[in-house]
Every structure is written in C-alpha cells, then in structure tokens.
Design a protein around this ligand. Sequence first.
Ligand SMILES: *Cc1c(COP(=O)(O)O)cnc(C)c1O
Length: 356
Amino acid sequence: MEIKKTLTTAPKAKPADESKLGFGHVFTDHMLIMPYDTGKGWHDPEIVPYGNISISPAAMCLHYGQTVFEGMKAYRTADDKIQLFRPEENFKRLNLSNERLVIPELPVDLAMQCLTELLEVEKDWVPHLDGTSLYIRPFIVAVDPFLGVRPGDQYLFMIVLSPSGAYYASGLNPVSIYVEDKYVRAVRGGMGFAKTGGNYAASLHSQDDAHKLNYSQVLWLDGVEQKYIEEVGAMNIFFVIDGEVVTPTLEVGSILGGITRKSTLDLCRSWGMKVSERRISIQEIADAYDAGKLEEVFGTGTAAVISPVGHLKWGDKVMEINHNEIGPISQKIYDTLTGIQWGKIEDTFGWVKKLD
Ligand SMILES: *Cc1c(COP(=O)(O)O)cnc(C)c1O
C-alpha cells in the first residue's frame, strides 16, 4: 500500500539534554494515521505532522473502551544504525488483542510497512545517549459517532513516537512491590491477555495505594481464588527458586504475554537452565523464602527490560530478596537482552530487525 507523506514545515528542536528525557512526554515531528471502514478495510495510510486529531464526542472508544495498543522501542547502535527488537511479535500480539476486542485484523506486513516508513522519516529522533531509545506506541481506537454498544465499523490505527531516557540512570536498583489482595486486574475469560485500555484503568486504584505505602507497583493475584501469582503492572514476573527459573503460565488467559518474558524464557533455555511455566501460588513463594530457596525475583517488560525485586510484601510478611540486590541470573539476562537490543553483542536468535 502506498503511504502518503506530508512533512512538517515547522520541525521541532530535538531535546538538548538526552539525560533528562524521562518517559512519554516528548513526541517527534510526525505520526502515522490509517483509517478502517467496514466494507473498505484499512486504507489511505498517511504520515502527517504530529498533532491533535479530531473525533466525534460520541466516538465509541471514548465511551466503551474499544481500544488496543502496543509498546516497543527503536535502538541506536554504536555504528549509528537504527534497529528494532522482534517487532513482528508486537504486531502479532496486537492482533490477539484485536481479536478479543472485536477490532479488525491489521496485517502484520502492513503494520510493519507503516512503522518502518515512519521511522525512516523520524530516524534522527532516535536518541544517542547510552540506554536511551525511541519508544513506539502503535494503537487502534473505534471512532464511530454512535452511543450504542456494539463493535465499531470505523477505526483509526496510529503510531506515535517518543524519545525516552535510560530506564536505569544509576544501575539496576531493585524495586519494592506488594501483593494486592483486594482488587484484581483480570479474570479467567476476561481480557487480561490483551493490551487494552480497560486493563490499565482497572489497575490505577491499586497503583495509587501502592505509591501511598512507598511501594512502586503491585503483584496481581488471580481473579478467582486470589491465590496464584499473575504479573506486575506492565511487567511479567519471574522467580528463581532453588536454581530453577519459574514464571506463571499464560494458559489461564488473564496474563499479558510479554515479548521480554518470551525472550527471557528463550535465553534461559538456550543456556540449559531449568525453566518452567506453571501456576505458582503466593504461599509457595513465601514457603520458598522461609526455606531460604527464593534466590531471585524480577519483572520483565519492554520499558525496564529486567526489574529486580528487592522487597516483596504479602500481608504482614515482608520478604527481602537477595539482600535487596540484583541477582546473577537477573543481571545476565539484562546484559544479554540489552546487549542484543543495542547491537553490542551478536544476535544469534534472529531477533533484531535493522532498518536500512
Ligand atoms: C506490555 C505489558 C507487559 C510486558 O510486555 P513486553 O512485551 O515484554 O513489553 C506485561 N504485562 C502487561 C500488563 C503489559 O501491559
């Protein structure tokens, strides 16, 4: 499909100090927008100057939450090339989310074309400083001007880009998280596996409570028995118990299948480590801790890559993990994934997609 390009006549100044980028505040000069209409399909993709969009106040996404999104990064390598990490996986996952939310499929090839042509225009916006990246936010929203509850007939697919600072400016500091035993994030048969706005709206109250208690995030339990571990805010969770790497199984459908999770499992298996994906109860974790066998706990996600957990609070019990320091397995996974992402070490898995 041909992508029409209208370039800005007023390019913005690039952020002067890349050490102060933070996350999600700064946007590049252009964005991609492509409508969908029933009967016509996805059509007329355009790259246009970044700016506000106009939709009806009755647009369905504003009322009933028919929205999906993705999150990924573009990395600048030492030889000044731009590369992506498993981008097709993100667009495959977008389609899993689409299917659940009754949003029409977006062919992976078309999504990839939209992304690579946008990045071609915006490549100077990929920051240079160590650990920085260009965050990529593709999303789809239903925009029919209609107040009835039904799947939309009109959608917008968009991609916006945001240069982001290094997640760890001063080393991998462990986070403190607590086990949420009041609210739940997702239930069996719900939409926990989809990256859709409603899941994050459902998480805000707990996140707020966690911050008030000086915890950075919460660990969600399953929505049926509140017994089995699911995941953290926007991260999957891993435990190293007595030398074995374990993470909750995706089978129940209430956990988001992270690409960092998948890559972590692939790496650990390639190193010959004992790995299992299964149901893990919070009681099992507390017992392993008491027996001195809970060696490491870490979250995985695109933003932080690996986020070591230093304190895990469950009710009155506060578990300090690995003396509140990053463990050797977490460190090795972090070094390898970030090494591949920024092109510092060889990618023997075929994960990296270089832009030409
Ligand atoms: C995005 C996300 C993750 C992590 O997925 P990655 O593909 O590794 O970034 C985990 N959990 C939730 C709820 C998420 O939204």
